[in-house]
Design a protein around this ligand. Sequence first.
Ligand code: NAD
Length: 705
Amino acid sequence: MGHVEYSVKDGIAVLAFQLPPVNSLSHALRVDLIAAIDRAIADPAAAAMVLIGANGTFCAGADIKEFSGTGMWREPHILNLMSVLDDSPKPVVAAIEGVALGGGLELAMACHYRVVLASAKLGLPEVKLGLIPGAGGTQRLPRLIGVEAALNVMLAGEPLPATLFAKTPLIDRLVEKNLLDAAMAFAGEVVDARRADAATLLPRARDRKIEEPNLEALLQFARNTVRTAFKEYPAPLAIIDAVQAAAKLPFEQGMVEERRMFEPLMASPVSKALRHIFFAERAAQRVEGLPPKTPARQLESVAIIGAGTMGTGIAINFLNAGLPTWLLEVGQEALERGVARVREFYAGQVKKGRMDPTKAESRMALLKPTLAYTDIANADLVIEAVFEDMGVKEKVFRQLDAIMKPGAILATNTSTLDVDRIAAFTGRPQDVLGLHFFSPANVMKLLEVVRGAKTAPEVLASALGLAKLIRKTAVVSGVCDGFIGNRMINQYFAQALQMVDEGASPQQIDAAIEGFGFAMGPFRMSDLAGNDISYHIRQRQYAEGKLKQRAAIADKLCELGRHGQKTGAGWYDYRPGDRNAHPSPVVDKLIADERAEAGATVRKLPQEEIVDRLVFALVNEGARILEEGIAQRASDIDLVYLTGYGFPIWRGGPMQYADSLGLYAVVRRMGRLAANPRDIPGFWVPAPRLARLAAEGGSLNGGAA
Ligand code: NAD
C-alpha cells in the first residue's frame, strides 16, 4: 500500500496517506486507500480507524490532470471510495489539518466523524474551475451546515477557516494542537460508546435531513444574485439546482442529479477555459534555460527612476510589499508632484476605508524621494520609468552603470524600445532586463518580464520572485517591438481603425467587442490610455518603415488635441467628473470627411465580422510571436491578455479561444476576411504556425494533433 501507511495502536487503525505535494485523490491513492480501509475493517485488532494526511495536510482535492480524459472516473473512482466508507461497519474518523478542499472535503464528509485542527482551511473550490462539486459535496454539505451556508461556501469557492464551522456537524471536535492524538482519543470515545450501546448507528451525512423553512426564498435570492454576477458562467446556477435537489430529494436521487449536472459542465468551454488558466498560471513559472532551483538575488530595497504616471504606480507596489523605495527625479518640482501622487493614493485608501491610517503612514515612511544618484547606489533593484526616448534612457543607464553596486538588477519599464540596446549602454548587460508594468501599475496584474539576449538566469529568477512579492502575474517575453501584449494589440488596433475606414463607427466596434466580453473596446481603451501614446508610436513606425498604411483618422484626431479622457475628448466626448464615453459629433464629422476624401464606398459591418477581425488579428500575431519564440508557449500569451488587456476570462485567452473554435475553422474564416478588397493588404495571410497546426488538426495550446 504505497501511499498509505497502516498501523494499529490502542485498538485504533491509523491510515496515514500521502501523495505529495497535496495528496490529490488520483487513481493510485484511491486504490491504496480502499485497500487500507478494507484491511482495517477485516483487522480484529482495530475497532475504529483514523484517516490522516501523513504530510501535514489532509487533501487538496481531485487530481486536476485527471480532468481531461477519463482518469477521474477510472474505477475505483472517488464515489467507489465513498461507498466503501458508507458501508464500513467500523467508525471512520477524518483527522484534518492543512487543507481539505474539493474532493478532500467531500472525502472527509463521507467519513463518520471529523476532528479538525483550528488552523485548517476547508472549502469546495470547484466553481473556480467552472464545475460543481462532483463527489457528493452538493448533497452532503447542506446536510451538515445548512442550505444558506453551503451555498455561500460553494459559490465563493474560497478556502475558509475551519473555525467558521466549529458549531456545525461538519466538525465533531475542533482542536488547537496534537491532531493525531486528539483524533485517536475521539475514536476511542466512539468505540467505548458503541460498546456501551451496541444499537447506536454510525452517523452519516447522507442520512441527515435538511430542515430549511425559507428554502424557496433562499434559492430564489441566490439565483437572482448569480444571474447578474456570473452571467457567463453556468456552474453557479448548477450549484443552486444541486442544493435544491439535496433539500428536496432522497440522497441517492440527489447524487444522480449532481452527476447529471457535473458532466456537461466538465465538457463546457467555460470550464475548459478556466482549467486552461489554472495550468497556464503554473506553466508561466517554468522558463526555458532557467533551472527550477536557480538562486534569486536578494531584494531588500528598490529605486525607481522617474516619478511620473508609471514610476509612482510602480513605487506603490513595493511600498505595499514593505520595501524601502527610492524615487528619483530630475527636478524638485517633478519629484514633489510624484510624492504627492503616492500620498494621494494612500489618502484615498484611508478615505475609502481600505487601509487604516497608521498602515498608510508606515508605507509612506518607506518612500525616499531624492534627486541624487549617489543615494540609490546600494539599492538591490532599479526600475527606470523615464520618458520613452532612447536618448533619455541612454543617459539614465550610463549613470546607473557608473554608480550602482555590483549585482544590482537594472530594469527598464519601456513599452517599445529595444531592451538589448538599453542593456548595451551598460558594462553589465547580464544584469539588465525589462519589467513592463501596465497602467495603472499598482492595479494591473500583468508584469511582462522582458528577457534580453544577455540577461542572466538569476536575474530572470529574481524578477519572477519579485513578481510574487508584489502579487503580479509574471510572463516572460523575448525582445521585440511591443513585446507580447502591445505587439498583438497593435494589430488589433490596426483592424479597428481599418473598420472605421470601411464604415463602422467607434461605438459599433466597441459595442461588438464588449458584447464578446472584453472589458473595454479599442476606442474607449485608447481614450483611457491616451491617444497620444499610440500616435507617437505610429510616427516612429512610419519613420522606420514598419507601418506602411497611415492611420489618417487617428492621426488627425490626435492633431486636434483629442488625446482621450485626460483632455476631456478623444474618440468620445467626456464631461467633467464623468468617465462615461459619449458619442462625439466632432469625431463623426472627422470620420465622414476622411471617408469622403478617400472616395471609397462605405458599408455596414456585421457584429460578427467586427469580432472576428479584432480577435483573429490577435490570434494571427500571437502565432507569429510563438513561432519566433518571443513567447514560450500559447498559454503565456493567453495570460498576458487575461491579466493585462481585459480579455474575457471565461474564454480563456485569445489562443485558447482559437483552439476552442478549431484552427481549421479559424483559418477558413480568415480566408473569408482576406477576400475583402478594402482590408489591409496581406493582413489575413495565416501565420505559418497557425497554417501548419490547422492543416495538421493541431491546436495552439496543445501543439500538433
Ligand atoms: P511620464 O511622462 O508620466 O513620466 C516620466 C517621468 O520621468 C517624468 O516625471 C519625468 O520628469 C521623469 N524623467 C524624465 N527624464 C528623467 C531622468 N533623466 N531622470 C529621472 N527622471 C526623469 O511617463 P510614464 O507614462 O510614466 O512612462 C514612463 C515609462 O513607462 C515610459 O518608458 C513608457 O513607455 C513606459 N510605460 C508607460 C505606460 C503608460 O501607460 N503610461 C505603460 C507601460 C510602460
